[in-house]
Ligand binder design. Sequence first.
Ligand code: PEP
Ligand code: MN
Length: 367
Amino acid sequence: MIVVIKSGTPAREIERISQELNSWNVTPEKSAGRHQVVIGLVGDTAALNPQQIQQLSPFIEQVLRVNQPFKRAALEFRNGEPSTVFVGTSSGVIAFGQNCPIVQVAGPCSVENEEMIIQTAQRVKAAGAKFLRGGAYKPRTSPYAFQGHGESALNLLAAAREATGLGIVTEVMDTADLEKVAQVADIIQIGARNMQNFSLLKQVGAQDKPVLLKRGMSATIEDWLMAAEYILAAGNPNVILCERGIRTFDRQYTRNTLDLAAIPVLQTLTHLPIMIDPSHGTGRAEYVSAMSRAAIAAGADSLMIEVHPNPAQALSDGPQSLTLKQYEQLMQEMAVIGKSVGRWSETPISTATQNTIHLQELALRVS
Ligand code: PEP
Ligand code: MN
């Protein structure tokens, strides 16, 4: 259930309404959008009478029920207003959301050694990426395949951040590693195979770093949003959804089926930002450009692309990885579509960009 507050309502009155609702055995959660304040009510709302709530204050515009099984993740929970996820990095704050320029995330599937990760970081940054991705703990289908370099790879990601100022995205597979991963990651990735690892979801929900939640390979959109709900319910509001392809019947020509229809569907269901991963989505480097351009045209808020200095020698996911040169070329191609939808930021990360708001500025906005 949500309580929509009239614009211009004094903060003290909003506080009073929240306190009143709190005594009704539901948890009120205030969210201040661009145009209005909404108080979301979580808990056993079935017994509540919307008219009775309406009578609490003349400043209440309306009271509406959220008709979805997911609540905090629902677009209705913010009365139709998309949310922005602000991610702090060593270079400033990067914003993900429908009102922001598209955020580019790039890097190898796995962090293999210092030279390759630093070189990749420098080149993707120069091409316009804001985040470096790279796996330290790798979820591999075969137990005999390369499992990632673990903690030493986290140190290499920290070195790449030091060298470039890029934000870091890396996956956590096990609750036991969460603390270590959270020390290095600016965004913690939950991989497709762990999308319904509910104890892991609860734990990333109970810490502060933003979470990138990849769609499980056989997950429906509702399963996926319910997984996001676990993170939100545990107290972390900063969730970005990442579509990375689902299992259908053709595995001969593509690794997965990239569900780009998920973009407009999610936009009707949730306020959370949407990222597309065309690398795992297709499994083939030669299809990444077409799917990246399509994702931007369809309204993606961010793209995550696998890039490797020498894909033929990659320890994981070589066939879907772009070379550094191919990535530079792809950025040019994406720019054409990005500009046409008015969501392309040209400035490199070292100078303040449209979506790089320095921490001080953010603090001012929040206060
Ligand atoms: C990855 O990003 O390298 C990865 C393992 O992705 P997914 O969980 O989508 O398979
Ligand atoms: Mn990969």
